[in-house]
Design a protein around this ligand. Structure first.
Ligand code: PDD
Length: 281
């Protein structure tokens, strides 16, 4: 596959990064995952907006402007043959002359890396066929700035691994007894036809898919609120959904080994998923 590294497109095995790169040493960087459907990047401006914000939080100078990023991302998707792809974009603070926690002074050029992999058609495209996924609840042991899309994902992957080892696909995280998000997704619950998702805070990533779901609910008059979800409320939910750029919106039909609602994808999810597909067209 073709990748992009620091100004050039190249074959993946030709790409070389210094072991002194601060991404490698410190996970000092940020990333985005942007889906492309039929060769067209989905919600690209929203993803680029979040990228700019993450870079600003880390005080890494943005190496490109909006049109520059757009050209680069579209170039990657085109070089990898269009279709459905998951575009991965990572920027680190760069390779400093030595390992030192404080930022290199003078600054070094950031490392920019793009990579793309095939994307299987997300669940919302298969409303009638999808069976939903299993999730477990785990304590959210991450840091206090989960709103930054940082490449430092060790807690997320340990949590996801725990879920996978119990036969589930996702971990739904609880901090002080309230739902934050999934290990790599945002969480929604439905009770009596009302959709609810935790409000934006430093404890969750502001998902691009989350925003779109809220937007679509409002547009289609499905009642939706952003409010805290307690652990009992999660267990009492008629429906639970998880959302991310690579999965759209997926119903969780088993939580901690017990059925959610009647154990099948719910009616509110089906309605929303249809609106989602329509929007994507
Ligand atoms: N993860 N919360 C976390 C912790 C995430 O890692 C993600 C996405 C989301 C959903 O955000 P969005 O809708 O913008 O994709 C929420 C990506 C897909 C990943 O790390 O692979």
């Amino acid at each position: 596959a073709t990748v992009y590294l620091n100004g050039e497109f190249m074959d993946a095995d030709q790409a070389r990064i210094s072991p002194l790169d601060r991404g490698f040493l410190f996970a000092d960087g940020v990333y985005e995952v942007i889906p492309a459907f039929n060769g067209v990047l989905f919600r690209l401006d929203e993803h680029l907006g979040r990228l700019a914000r993450s870079l600003a939080e880390l005080r890494i100078a943005d190496p490109h402007d909006g049109p520059g990023w757009r050209r680069l991302c579209e170039g990657m998707v085109a070089r990898n043959g269009g279709g459905h792809q998951s575009l991965y974009l990572q920027i680190t603070r760069g390779a400093a002359p030595r390992r030192e926690h404080a930022f290199p002074n003078p600054p070094v050029p950031p490392t920019v890396f793009l990579h793309s992999s095939p994307l299987t058609v997300p669940a919302a495209d298969q409303v009638a066929r999808t069976e939903g996924v299993a999730a477990i609840t785990l304590d959210d042991l991450r840091w206090a700035r989960c709103d930054i899309k940082s490449i430092s994902l060790l807690p997320n992957l340990l949590l996801r691994q725990r879920a996978v080892e119990t036969g589930a696909q996702e971990a739904i995280l609880l901090r002080d007894g309230f739902v934050t998000e999934g290990a790599a997704s945002n969480v929604f619950v439905v009770r009596d036809g009302r959709v609810c998702t935790p409000p934006l805070s430093h404890c969750i990533l502001g998902g691009i898919t989350r925003d779109l779901i809220i937007e679509l609910c409002r547009e289609k008059s499905l009642p939706v609120i952003e409010a805290e979800i307690s652990e009992p409320a999660l267990h009492d939910a008629d429906e639970i959904w998880i959302s991310s750029s690579t999965k759209d919106v997926v119903p969780v039909t088993t939580l901690n080994g017990r059925p959610v609602g009647d154990g099948r994808p719910g009616d509110t999810w089906k309605t929303l998923a249809r609106h989602y597909i329509e929007f994507k067209r």
